[in-house]
Write a protein that binds this ligand. Structure first.
Ligand SMILES: Cc1cc2nc3c(=O)[nH]c(=O)nc-3n(C[C@H](O)[C@H](O)[C@H](O)COP(=O)(O)OP(=O)(O)OC[C@H]3O[C@@H](n4cnc5c(N)ncnc54)[C@H](O)[C@@H]3O)c2cc1C
Length: 430
Protein backbone atom coordinates (compact mmCIF):
# COMPACT_ATOMS: atom_id res chain seq x y z
CA UNK A 1 0.00 0.00 0.00
CA UNK A 2 1.19 3.56 -0.61
CA UNK A 3 3.04 4.73 2.49
CA UNK A 4 1.92 7.85 4.31
CA UNK A 5 5.54 8.97 4.50
CA UNK A 6 6.26 8.55 0.80
CA UNK A 7 7.51 11.68 -0.96
CA UNK A 8 5.76 10.55 -4.12
CA UNK A 9 2.20 11.44 -5.04
CA UNK A 10 0.18 8.67 -3.40
CA UNK A 11 -2.83 7.49 -5.41
CA UNK A 12 -5.41 4.82 -4.56
CA UNK A 13 -7.67 3.67 -7.40
CA UNK A 14 -10.85 1.96 -6.24
CA UNK A 15 -12.08 -0.64 -8.76
CA UNK A 16 -10.39 -2.61 -11.55
CA UNK A 17 -12.94 -2.20 -14.33
CA UNK A 18 -12.02 -0.32 -17.53
CA UNK A 19 -11.86 2.94 -15.56
CA UNK A 20 -9.60 1.61 -12.80
CA UNK A 21 -7.26 -0.30 -15.09
CA UNK A 22 -6.86 2.56 -17.55
CA UNK A 23 -6.26 4.97 -14.65
CA UNK A 24 -3.57 2.61 -13.38
CA UNK A 25 -1.90 2.60 -16.79
CA UNK A 26 -2.05 6.36 -17.37
CA UNK A 27 -1.20 7.43 -13.80
CA UNK A 28 1.61 4.93 -13.23
CA UNK A 29 3.40 6.28 -16.31
CA UNK A 30 3.84 9.62 -14.54
CA UNK A 31 7.11 10.20 -12.66
CA UNK A 32 7.08 10.22 -8.84
CA UNK A 33 3.74 8.56 -8.24
CA UNK A 34 2.88 5.63 -6.04
CA UNK A 35 -0.25 4.03 -7.49
CA UNK A 36 -2.28 1.06 -6.25
CA UNK A 37 -5.57 -0.40 -7.44
CA UNK A 38 -8.02 -1.98 -4.97
CA UNK A 39 -10.64 -4.34 -6.38
CA UNK A 40 -13.31 -6.04 -4.31
CA UNK A 41 -13.55 -9.10 -6.59
CA UNK A 42 -11.07 -11.96 -6.40
CA UNK A 43 -10.13 -11.68 -10.10
CA UNK A 44 -11.10 -9.96 -13.35
CA UNK A 45 -14.28 -11.55 -14.62
CA UNK A 46 -16.24 -11.34 -17.85
CA UNK A 47 -19.58 -9.65 -17.40
CA UNK A 48 -21.80 -9.62 -20.39
CA UNK A 49 -20.07 -10.84 -23.54
CA UNK A 50 -19.56 -8.10 -26.11
CA UNK A 51 -18.73 -4.43 -25.95
CA UNK A 52 -18.55 -1.74 -28.62
CA UNK A 53 -15.46 0.37 -29.08
CA UNK A 54 -16.13 3.34 -31.32
CA UNK A 55 -13.84 5.94 -32.86
CA UNK A 56 -13.49 7.73 -29.51
CA UNK A 57 -12.59 4.48 -27.73
CA UNK A 58 -9.98 3.54 -30.31
CA UNK A 59 -8.43 7.01 -30.05
CA UNK A 60 -7.95 6.68 -26.30
CA UNK A 61 -6.80 3.06 -26.59
CA UNK A 62 -4.17 4.33 -29.00
CA UNK A 63 -3.00 6.86 -26.40
CA UNK A 64 -2.82 4.02 -23.87
CA UNK A 65 -0.75 1.99 -26.36
CA UNK A 66 -3.50 -0.59 -26.88
CA UNK A 67 -5.34 0.18 -30.12
CA UNK A 68 -4.08 -2.92 -31.90
CA UNK A 69 -4.34 -5.19 -28.86
CA UNK A 70 -8.10 -4.81 -28.73
CA UNK A 71 -9.26 -6.88 -31.65
CA UNK A 72 -12.79 -7.66 -32.70
CA UNK A 73 -15.30 -7.50 -35.54
CA UNK A 74 -16.24 -4.31 -37.40
CA UNK A 75 -19.78 -3.16 -36.60
CA UNK A 76 -20.18 -1.88 -40.18
CA UNK A 77 -22.48 -2.42 -41.91
CA UNK A 78 -24.89 -2.11 -38.97
CA UNK A 79 -28.14 -3.29 -40.52
CA UNK A 80 -31.47 -2.26 -38.93
CA UNK A 81 -34.40 -4.67 -39.25
CA UNK A 82 -38.02 -5.12 -38.34
CA UNK A 83 -37.97 -7.87 -35.65
CA UNK A 84 -41.24 -9.45 -36.84
CA UNK A 85 -40.62 -9.57 -40.58
CA UNK A 86 -36.81 -9.32 -40.72
CA UNK A 87 -37.18 -6.61 -43.36
CA UNK A 88 -34.26 -4.20 -43.60
CA UNK A 89 -35.24 -0.63 -42.72
CA UNK A 90 -31.70 0.79 -42.90
CA UNK A 91 -28.66 -0.84 -44.52
CA UNK A 92 -26.01 1.09 -42.54
CA UNK A 93 -22.58 2.31 -43.65
CA UNK A 94 -20.30 -0.09 -45.59
CA UNK A 95 -17.30 -1.65 -43.82
CA UNK A 96 -14.08 0.28 -44.49
CA UNK A 97 -11.09 -2.01 -43.79
CA UNK A 98 -8.66 0.90 -44.28
CA UNK A 99 -10.14 2.85 -41.33
CA UNK A 100 -8.24 1.79 -38.20
CA UNK A 101 -10.69 3.77 -36.05
CA UNK A 102 -13.79 2.03 -37.41
CA UNK A 103 -16.10 0.88 -34.59
CA UNK A 104 -15.49 -2.68 -33.37
CA UNK A 105 -17.42 -5.17 -31.30
CA UNK A 106 -15.10 -7.10 -29.04
CA UNK A 107 -15.31 -9.52 -26.18
CA UNK A 108 -15.39 -7.60 -22.93
CA UNK A 109 -12.72 -9.92 -21.57
CA UNK A 110 -10.42 -8.98 -24.47
CA UNK A 111 -10.58 -5.34 -23.40
CA UNK A 112 -10.10 -6.16 -19.73
CA UNK A 113 -7.16 -8.46 -20.40
CA UNK A 114 -5.50 -5.97 -22.73
CA UNK A 115 -5.81 -3.23 -20.12
CA UNK A 116 -4.70 -5.53 -17.30
CA UNK A 117 -1.65 -6.70 -19.27
CA UNK A 118 -0.48 -3.10 -19.55
CA UNK A 119 -0.85 -2.35 -15.85
CA UNK A 120 2.56 -2.74 -14.18
CA UNK A 121 2.91 -6.04 -12.30
CA UNK A 122 1.49 -6.37 -8.79
CA UNK A 123 -0.27 -3.00 -8.81
CA UNK A 124 -3.73 -4.50 -8.28
CA UNK A 125 -4.86 -5.81 -4.88
CA UNK A 126 -7.83 -8.16 -5.29
CA UNK A 127 -10.31 -9.00 -2.52
CA UNK A 128 -9.95 -5.41 -1.26
CA UNK A 129 -13.35 -3.84 -0.81
CA UNK A 130 -13.46 -0.15 0.06
CA UNK A 131 -15.37 0.43 3.30
CA UNK A 132 -14.93 4.17 3.95
CA UNK A 133 -12.97 7.32 3.20
CA UNK A 134 -12.01 10.08 5.59
CA UNK A 135 -10.64 13.53 4.79
CA UNK A 136 -7.68 13.96 7.15
CA UNK A 137 -6.74 17.47 6.06
CA UNK A 138 -3.12 18.12 5.12
CA UNK A 139 -2.29 14.40 5.45
CA UNK A 140 -4.65 13.41 2.64
CA UNK A 141 -7.39 10.76 2.68
CA UNK A 142 -7.65 7.74 4.96
CA UNK A 143 -8.87 4.77 2.92
CA UNK A 144 -10.33 1.94 4.97
CA UNK A 145 -11.11 -1.52 3.58
CA UNK A 146 -13.64 -4.07 4.73
CA UNK A 147 -10.87 -6.44 5.85
CA UNK A 148 -9.85 -3.84 8.45
CA UNK A 149 -6.68 -2.65 6.67
CA UNK A 150 -6.19 0.97 5.68
CA UNK A 151 -3.91 3.30 3.75
CA UNK A 152 -3.40 7.05 3.42
CA UNK A 153 -3.10 8.75 0.05
CA UNK A 154 -3.10 12.18 -1.61
CA UNK A 155 -5.66 11.23 -4.27
CA UNK A 156 -8.45 8.63 -4.41
CA UNK A 157 -9.73 7.75 -7.88
CA UNK A 158 -13.27 6.42 -7.63
CA UNK A 159 -13.46 3.91 -10.49
CA UNK A 160 -15.96 1.80 -8.58
CA UNK A 161 -18.76 1.80 -11.10
CA UNK A 162 -22.41 2.74 -11.16
CA UNK A 163 -22.98 2.06 -7.43
CA UNK A 164 -19.83 3.92 -6.42
CA UNK A 165 -19.05 4.17 -2.73
CA UNK A 166 -16.58 6.96 -3.46
CA UNK A 167 -19.46 8.94 -5.02
CA UNK A 168 -21.53 8.19 -1.93
CA UNK A 169 -18.90 9.97 0.20
CA UNK A 170 -19.10 12.98 -2.11
CA UNK A 171 -22.88 13.01 -2.56
CA UNK A 172 -24.56 11.07 0.26
CA UNK A 173 -28.03 11.78 -1.15
CA UNK A 174 -27.28 10.86 -4.76
CA UNK A 175 -29.95 8.47 -6.03
CA UNK A 176 -30.00 6.16 -9.03
CA UNK A 177 -33.27 5.56 -10.80
CA UNK A 178 -34.38 2.51 -12.71
CA UNK A 179 -34.49 3.29 -16.46
CA UNK A 180 -37.29 0.75 -17.14
CA UNK A 181 -35.03 -1.19 -19.50
CA UNK A 182 -33.80 -4.77 -19.07
CA UNK A 183 -31.40 -6.61 -21.37
CA UNK A 184 -30.45 -10.29 -21.60
CA UNK A 185 -27.07 -11.05 -23.11
CA UNK A 186 -25.26 -14.18 -24.21
CA UNK A 187 -22.73 -15.56 -26.67
CA UNK A 188 -23.79 -18.41 -28.97
CA UNK A 189 -21.19 -20.62 -30.71
CA UNK A 190 -21.67 -19.83 -34.40
CA UNK A 191 -21.57 -23.54 -35.32
CA UNK A 192 -24.93 -23.89 -33.56
CA UNK A 193 -26.49 -21.30 -35.88
CA UNK A 194 -25.11 -22.17 -39.31
CA UNK A 195 -28.23 -24.15 -40.21
CA UNK A 196 -30.51 -21.09 -39.84
CA UNK A 197 -31.21 -19.77 -43.36
CA UNK A 198 -30.37 -16.06 -43.81
CA UNK A 199 -29.48 -15.40 -40.19
CA UNK A 200 -26.70 -12.77 -40.37
CA UNK A 201 -23.70 -14.34 -38.63
CA UNK A 202 -20.83 -12.22 -39.89
CA UNK A 203 -22.36 -8.73 -39.70
CA UNK A 204 -24.04 -6.68 -36.99
CA UNK A 205 -27.79 -6.34 -36.97
CA UNK A 206 -30.37 -4.59 -34.81
CA UNK A 207 -33.88 -6.02 -34.89
CA UNK A 208 -36.63 -3.75 -33.55
CA UNK A 209 -40.00 -4.84 -32.16
CA UNK A 210 -42.69 -3.22 -30.05
CA UNK A 211 -41.12 -2.24 -26.74
CA UNK A 212 -38.16 -4.53 -27.51
CA UNK A 213 -34.99 -4.81 -29.60
CA UNK A 214 -32.41 -7.47 -30.44
CA UNK A 215 -28.72 -7.14 -31.23
CA UNK A 216 -26.76 -9.79 -33.11
CA UNK A 217 -23.09 -9.34 -33.71
CA UNK A 218 -19.83 -11.22 -34.15
CA UNK A 219 -17.32 -10.33 -31.42
CA UNK A 220 -14.11 -11.89 -32.67
CA UNK A 221 -11.73 -10.64 -35.31
CA UNK A 222 -12.39 -12.32 -38.70
CA UNK A 223 -11.81 -14.99 -39.80
CA UNK A 224 -12.14 -16.38 -36.24
CA UNK A 225 -15.88 -15.78 -36.02
CA UNK A 226 -16.51 -18.41 -33.36
CA UNK A 227 -19.29 -16.72 -31.38
CA UNK A 228 -22.31 -14.58 -32.07
CA UNK A 229 -23.35 -12.12 -29.41
CA UNK A 230 -27.10 -12.08 -28.86
CA UNK A 231 -28.83 -9.41 -26.80
CA UNK A 232 -32.58 -9.06 -26.24
CA UNK A 233 -33.88 -5.88 -24.61
CA UNK A 234 -37.26 -4.71 -23.39
CA UNK A 235 -38.42 -1.17 -22.68
CA UNK A 236 -41.08 0.09 -20.28
CA UNK A 237 -40.33 -2.82 -17.96
CA UNK A 238 -41.86 -2.47 -14.47
CA UNK A 239 -39.44 -2.39 -11.54
CA UNK A 240 -38.54 -5.67 -9.84
CA UNK A 241 -39.38 -5.21 -6.12
CA UNK A 242 -36.43 -5.79 -3.81
CA UNK A 243 -33.91 -6.08 -6.63
CA UNK A 244 -30.59 -4.62 -5.47
CA UNK A 245 -28.19 -6.28 -7.93
CA UNK A 246 -28.67 -5.16 -11.51
CA UNK A 247 -25.93 -6.71 -13.69
CA UNK A 248 -25.11 -10.26 -14.70
CA UNK A 249 -27.93 -12.23 -13.08
CA UNK A 250 -28.41 -15.83 -14.29
CA UNK A 251 -31.71 -16.48 -16.05
CA UNK A 252 -33.08 -19.59 -17.73
CA UNK A 253 -33.71 -19.91 -21.48
CA UNK A 254 -37.43 -20.31 -20.82
CA UNK A 255 -37.68 -17.08 -18.85
CA UNK A 256 -36.08 -15.09 -21.67
CA UNK A 257 -37.67 -16.78 -24.68
CA UNK A 258 -41.20 -16.68 -23.25
CA UNK A 259 -41.24 -12.92 -23.87
CA UNK A 260 -40.30 -13.09 -27.53
CA UNK A 261 -42.22 -15.97 -29.13
CA UNK A 262 -43.80 -13.82 -31.87
CA UNK A 263 -40.62 -12.55 -33.54
CA UNK A 264 -39.01 -13.46 -36.90
CA UNK A 265 -38.44 -17.26 -37.13
CA UNK A 266 -34.69 -16.68 -37.49
CA UNK A 267 -34.61 -15.01 -34.08
CA UNK A 268 -36.79 -17.77 -32.63
CA UNK A 269 -34.29 -20.37 -33.86
CA UNK A 270 -31.41 -18.33 -32.42
CA UNK A 271 -33.18 -18.34 -29.03
CA UNK A 272 -33.47 -22.14 -29.24
CA UNK A 273 -29.72 -22.47 -29.83
CA UNK A 274 -28.62 -20.52 -26.74
CA UNK A 275 -26.72 -22.89 -24.42
CA UNK A 276 -28.82 -23.33 -21.24
CA UNK A 277 -27.39 -21.34 -18.34
CA UNK A 278 -25.64 -18.74 -20.47
CA UNK A 279 -28.19 -15.87 -20.42
CA UNK A 280 -27.30 -12.98 -18.11
CA UNK A 281 -29.77 -10.27 -17.15
CA UNK A 282 -28.87 -6.56 -17.00
CA UNK A 283 -31.33 -4.01 -15.64
CA UNK A 284 -30.48 -0.41 -16.53
CA UNK A 285 -30.14 2.31 -13.93
CA UNK A 286 -29.25 5.94 -14.42
CA UNK A 287 -28.71 9.18 -12.58
CA UNK A 288 -27.79 12.79 -13.33
CA UNK A 289 -24.21 13.76 -13.87
CA UNK A 290 -22.76 14.89 -10.55
CA UNK A 291 -22.23 18.61 -9.88
CA UNK A 292 -18.49 18.11 -9.71
CA UNK A 293 -16.34 15.11 -10.69
CA UNK A 294 -14.16 15.80 -7.64
CA UNK A 295 -14.47 16.61 -3.95
CA UNK A 296 -12.35 17.47 -0.91
CA UNK A 297 -9.67 18.48 -3.47
CA UNK A 298 -8.63 14.82 -3.08
CA UNK A 299 -11.30 12.59 -4.64
CA UNK A 300 -11.98 12.11 -8.36
CA UNK A 301 -14.63 10.05 -10.11
CA UNK A 302 -13.93 8.27 -13.40
CA UNK A 303 -16.18 6.11 -15.54
CA UNK A 304 -19.66 5.02 -14.49
CA UNK A 305 -19.14 6.42 -10.99
CA UNK A 306 -19.71 9.97 -12.22
CA UNK A 307 -22.41 9.58 -14.86
CA UNK A 308 -24.58 6.47 -14.40
CA UNK A 309 -26.27 6.40 -17.78
CA UNK A 310 -28.18 3.14 -18.26
CA UNK A 311 -25.56 1.32 -20.34
CA UNK A 312 -23.42 4.34 -21.15
CA UNK A 313 -24.59 4.87 -24.77
CA UNK A 314 -22.83 1.58 -25.56
CA UNK A 315 -19.59 3.48 -24.94
CA UNK A 316 -19.22 3.68 -21.15
CA UNK A 317 -15.88 1.85 -21.14
CA UNK A 318 -14.48 4.35 -23.58
CA UNK A 319 -15.70 7.27 -21.45
CA UNK A 320 -14.00 5.68 -18.45
CA UNK A 321 -10.71 5.36 -20.34
CA UNK A 322 -10.99 8.93 -21.59
CA UNK A 323 -11.49 10.17 -18.02
CA UNK A 324 -8.43 8.23 -16.89
CA UNK A 325 -6.16 9.53 -19.59
CA UNK A 326 -7.28 13.11 -18.95
CA UNK A 327 -6.83 12.74 -15.20
CA UNK A 328 -3.19 11.76 -15.76
CA UNK A 329 -2.68 14.69 -18.11
CA UNK A 330 -4.10 17.14 -15.57
CA UNK A 331 -1.65 15.96 -12.91
CA UNK A 332 1.24 16.15 -15.36
CA UNK A 333 0.19 19.63 -16.46
CA UNK A 334 -0.39 21.00 -12.97
CA UNK A 335 2.98 19.69 -11.84
CA UNK A 336 4.66 21.40 -14.78
CA UNK A 337 3.03 24.67 -13.75
CA UNK A 338 3.46 24.42 -9.97
CA UNK A 339 6.89 22.75 -10.01
CA UNK A 340 7.81 22.49 -6.30
CA UNK A 341 4.27 22.56 -4.89
CA UNK A 342 3.11 20.10 -2.24
CA UNK A 343 1.12 17.03 -3.45
CA UNK A 344 -2.10 18.48 -2.02
CA UNK A 345 -1.77 21.62 -4.11
CA UNK A 346 -0.98 19.66 -7.26
CA UNK A 347 -3.95 17.33 -6.75
CA UNK A 348 -6.30 20.26 -6.06
CA UNK A 349 -5.16 22.09 -9.21
CA UNK A 350 -5.35 18.95 -11.33
CA UNK A 351 -8.88 18.14 -10.19
CA UNK A 352 -10.05 21.63 -11.09
CA UNK A 353 -8.76 21.14 -14.63
CA UNK A 354 -10.20 17.61 -14.75
CA UNK A 355 -13.63 19.08 -14.08
CA UNK A 356 -13.15 21.84 -16.64
CA UNK A 357 -12.35 19.34 -19.39
CA UNK A 358 -14.65 16.40 -18.59
CA UNK A 359 -17.77 17.70 -16.86
CA UNK A 360 -19.20 19.64 -19.86
CA UNK A 361 -19.05 16.40 -21.86
CA UNK A 362 -21.13 14.50 -19.30
CA UNK A 363 -23.48 17.42 -18.89
CA UNK A 364 -24.13 17.36 -22.65
CA UNK A 365 -24.76 13.61 -22.52
CA UNK A 366 -27.20 13.95 -19.65
CA UNK A 367 -29.04 16.72 -21.49
CA UNK A 368 -29.26 14.47 -24.53
CA UNK A 369 -30.75 11.67 -22.43
CA UNK A 370 -33.29 14.05 -20.96
CA UNK A 371 -34.23 15.23 -24.45
CA UNK A 372 -34.81 11.59 -25.44
CA UNK A 373 -37.02 10.68 -22.50
CA UNK A 374 -40.27 11.33 -24.35
CA UNK A 375 -39.01 9.49 -27.42
CA UNK A 376 -37.94 6.43 -25.37
CA UNK A 377 -41.35 6.30 -23.70
CA UNK A 378 -42.97 6.51 -27.12
CA UNK A 379 -40.92 3.69 -28.72
CA UNK A 380 -41.42 1.63 -25.57
CA UNK A 381 -45.20 1.50 -25.93
CA UNK A 382 -46.73 -1.85 -26.80
CA UNK A 383 -49.42 -0.80 -29.27
CA UNK A 384 -48.78 0.65 -32.73
CA UNK A 385 -51.23 1.29 -35.60
CA UNK A 386 -48.51 0.85 -38.20
CA UNK A 387 -45.34 -0.56 -36.60
CA UNK A 388 -43.35 -1.02 -39.82
CA UNK A 389 -44.19 2.48 -41.08
CA UNK A 390 -43.34 3.92 -37.70
CA UNK A 391 -39.99 2.13 -37.64
CA UNK A 392 -39.10 3.36 -41.11
CA UNK A 393 -40.02 6.91 -40.15
CA UNK A 394 -37.88 6.57 -37.03
CA UNK A 395 -34.85 5.71 -39.12
CA UNK A 396 -35.52 8.59 -41.45
CA UNK A 397 -35.59 11.10 -38.61
CA UNK A 398 -33.71 11.85 -35.36
CA UNK A 399 -34.00 9.69 -32.28
CA UNK A 400 -32.19 7.10 -30.23
CA UNK A 401 -31.44 4.16 -32.49
CA UNK A 402 -31.79 6.28 -35.61
CA UNK A 403 -29.05 7.41 -37.98
CA UNK A 404 -26.43 5.20 -36.35
CA UNK A 405 -23.16 5.59 -38.23
CA UNK A 406 -24.36 8.76 -39.97
CA UNK A 407 -23.06 11.38 -37.61
CA UNK A 408 -25.61 10.45 -34.90
CA UNK A 409 -24.31 11.55 -31.48
CA UNK A 410 -21.08 12.57 -33.13
CA UNK A 411 -19.90 14.52 -30.07
CA UNK A 412 -19.88 11.18 -28.23
CA UNK A 413 -18.78 8.53 -30.71
CA UNK A 414 -16.46 10.54 -32.97
CA UNK A 415 -14.65 12.50 -30.28
CA UNK A 416 -10.88 12.51 -29.92
CA UNK A 417 -9.70 12.96 -26.35
CA UNK A 418 -6.13 13.83 -27.40
CA UNK A 419 -7.48 16.67 -29.52
CA UNK A 420 -9.79 17.83 -26.71
CA UNK A 421 -6.77 18.03 -24.39
CA UNK A 422 -4.72 19.99 -26.96
CA UNK A 423 -7.63 22.40 -27.32
CA UNK A 424 -7.76 22.86 -23.55
CA UNK A 425 -4.00 23.59 -23.43
CA UNK A 426 -4.43 26.12 -26.22
CA UNK A 427 -7.33 27.84 -24.44
CA UNK A 428 -5.44 27.85 -21.13
CA UNK A 429 -2.63 29.87 -22.68
CA UNK A 430 -4.93 32.78 -23.36
C1 LIG B 1 -25.90 -4.17 -20.70
C2 LIG B 1 -24.73 -3.28 -20.83
C3 LIG B 1 -24.14 -3.07 -22.08
C4 LIG B 1 -23.05 -2.23 -22.21
N1 LIG B 1 -22.46 -2.10 -23.43
C5 LIG B 1 -21.37 -1.34 -23.55
C6 LIG B 1 -20.68 -1.23 -24.80
O1 LIG B 1 -21.06 -1.81 -25.80
N2 LIG B 1 -19.59 -0.44 -24.87
C7 LIG B 1 -19.11 0.22 -23.77
O2 LIG B 1 -18.09 0.91 -23.86
N3 LIG B 1 -19.74 0.15 -22.59
C8 LIG B 1 -20.85 -0.61 -22.45
N4 LIG B 1 -21.49 -0.70 -21.27
C9 LIG B 1 -21.05 0.15 -20.17
C10 LIG B 1 -19.77 -0.34 -19.54
O3 LIG B 1 -19.90 -1.67 -19.10
C11 LIG B 1 -19.45 0.55 -18.37
O4 LIG B 1 -19.59 1.90 -18.75
C12 LIG B 1 -18.02 0.29 -17.92
O5 LIG B 1 -17.90 -1.01 -17.42
C13 LIG B 1 -17.65 1.32 -16.86
O6 LIG B 1 -16.39 1.03 -16.38
P1 LIG B 1 -16.00 1.43 -14.90
O7 LIG B 1 -14.59 1.01 -14.73
O8 LIG B 1 -16.37 2.84 -14.65
O9 LIG B 1 -16.97 0.59 -13.96
P2 LIG B 1 -17.15 -0.99 -13.81
O10 LIG B 1 -16.86 -1.69 -15.08
O11 LIG B 1 -18.49 -1.18 -13.21
O12 LIG B 1 -16.03 -1.39 -12.78
C14 LIG B 1 -16.12 -1.04 -11.42
C15 LIG B 1 -15.19 -1.95 -10.62
O13 LIG B 1 -15.16 -1.49 -9.28
C16 LIG B 1 -15.25 -2.60 -8.41
N5 LIG B 1 -15.80 -2.11 -7.16
C17 LIG B 1 -17.05 -1.64 -6.92
N6 LIG B 1 -17.21 -1.27 -5.65
C18 LIG B 1 -16.00 -1.49 -5.04
C19 LIG B 1 -15.51 -1.30 -3.72
N7 LIG B 1 -16.31 -0.82 -2.73
N8 LIG B 1 -14.23 -1.61 -3.44
C20 LIG B 1 -13.41 -2.10 -4.43
N9 LIG B 1 -13.83 -2.34 -5.69
C21 LIG B 1 -15.11 -2.02 -6.00
C22 LIG B 1 -16.16 -3.56 -9.15
O14 LIG B 1 -16.01 -4.90 -8.68
C23 LIG B 1 -15.68 -3.39 -10.58
O15 LIG B 1 -14.62 -4.25 -10.91
C24 LIG B 1 -22.56 -1.54 -21.10
C25 LIG B 1 -23.14 -1.73 -19.85
C26 LIG B 1 -24.23 -2.60 -19.71
C27 LIG B 1 -24.87 -2.79 -18.36
Amino acid sequence: MPSATSSKLRIAIIGAGPGGLSSAIALSELPDVDVRVYEKAGELTELGGGISVNHNGLKVLELLGLRDAVRGASTNPMVQRNAYTGEIVDAGQPHDPSNVYEARRIRRLVLQRALAARVPANLVDFNKKLASLEDIGADGVRVVFEDGTETTVDLVVGADGIRSLVRKHMYPNYALSYARQVGWRTLIPIDRLKHVPDLPLTTTSWWYGKAMSFWLSPVNEPPNLSDLEFTARVFNEPPIPGRTVSWGINVSNGEVFSRFTDVDPRLVEAFKQVPEGSWREFASFEGPVVDSLSAWDKLALVGDASHPSAGGFGAGSSFAMEDSWILARTIEYTRSKLMSAEPAEIVAGALKTFNTVRRPFYQAMWQFRQSQAKFLKEVGRKEYDDFDGDLRRRFASDGLGAKRGKGFLSFVYDSDIGKAWSEFLESDKT
